[in-house]
Design a protein around this ligand. Structure first.
Ligand code: DX5
Ligand code: ZN
Length: 222
C-alpha cells in the first residue's frame, strides 16, 4: 500500500517544505504531474522543476507524463532524476518503443489509460511494465470528483496483473480521499495518488495514516 501525494496541489511558494512535510508524514512516492497544453489543456511542470524536486527529497519520484509524443522527453525526465516514468497509451504511436526507452534509461516504466480508454489497450504491453496507472478523473486538473466506473477497470487490470505473475504496481489517480480509499483498495489498487486529498488537509501525517489504515482494513479481509 503506497501513497503518492501529487505536488500539483502543493504550495509552490514553499515546495521544499511541502516535500519534507510529506516525507515526514509517511508518503511513499512523490507524484509529479507533467502537462503540455496538448495532450491535456493545462501546462504544469517540466524537467527543471523535477530536477529541483529531486534535490529536495529522498522519496522516489513518480513522474506522470500527460504529454503528446512522450518519447521526445523520456531522456530529459530520466536525467532530471525521475524513478518511475509513466506515459499514456493515448499519447504515442509507439508505446512499446517508449516503454523500452524508459527501461534503457534505468527507470521503472509505467503506462496509463484515461477514463474512456478500455483496459484491453494494455494487453500487449502489460508484461513489459512495472506499473499501470488508471486515471479516475480526466487528466488536467486536481480537485475533480472520482469517476466510479474506474473501479471496474481497476478490478480488470488487477486480474491481468495476476495473470502475468509479475510484481506490477497498480496505481489509481484522481479524486482519491480517505473516504474512497477502501473501494479503490478493494478493487485492487496498491498505489494511491492523492493531490487535494493530502495537500488540502491540515495534518498530512494524520491523513496519510488514515488513508493507509482504510486500504489495509480491506486488504486484510481478502
Ligand atoms: C490529474 C493528475 C492527478 C491529480 C490528482 O490530471 O494526474 O495526479 O493531480 O489530484 P486530486 O487527487 O486532487 O484529484
Ligand atoms: Zn497524475
Amino acid at each position: 500500500m503506497k501513497i503518492s501525494p501529487s505536488i500539483l496541489s502543493a504550495d509552490f511558494t514553499r515546495l521544499g517544505k511541502e516535500l519534507s512535510d510529506i516525507e515526514a508524514a509517511g508518503a511513499d512516492y512523490v507524484h509529479v504531474d507533467v502537462m503540455d497544453g496538448h495532450f491535456v489543456p493545462n501546462i504544469t511542470i517540466g524537467p527543471f522543476v523535477v530536477e529541483a524536486v529531486r534535490k529536495a527529497t529522498a522519496l522516489p519520484l513518480d513522474v506522470h507524463l500527460m504529454i503528446d509524443e512522450p518519447e521526445k522527453y523520456v531522456s530529459d525526465f530520466a536525467k532530471a532524476g525521475s524513478d518511475i516514468i509513466t506515459v499514456h497509451v493515448e499519447a504515442t504511436k509507439h508505446l512499446h518503443k517508449v516503454v523500452q526507452s524508459i527501461k534503457d534509461h534505468g527507470k521503472k516504466a509505467g503506462v496509463s489509460i484515461n477514463p474512456a480508454t478500455p483496459v484491453n489497450t494494455l494487453e500487449n504491453i502489460i508484461n513489459d511494465v512495472d506499473l499501470v496507472l488508471i486515471m479516475s478523473v480526466n487528466p488536467g486538473w486536481s480537485g475533480q470528483g472520482f469517476i466510479q466506473s474506474s473501479l471496474k477497470k481497476i478490478e480488470a487490470v488487477r486480474r491481468m496483473i495476476e495473470e502475468t505473475g509479475k510484481p506490477i504496481e497498480l496505481e489509481v489517480d484522481g479524486g482519491i480521499k480517505i473516504s474512497n480509499m477502501k473501494e479503490a483498495a478493494r478493487a485492487g489498487a496498491d498505489v494511491f495518488v492523492s493531490g487535494s486529498g493530502v495537500f488540502g488537509t491540515k495534518d498530512y501525517k494524520a491523513t496519510i495514516e488514515a488513508m493507509k489504515k482504510e486500504a489495509l482494513s480491506v486488504r486484510a479481509k481478502v
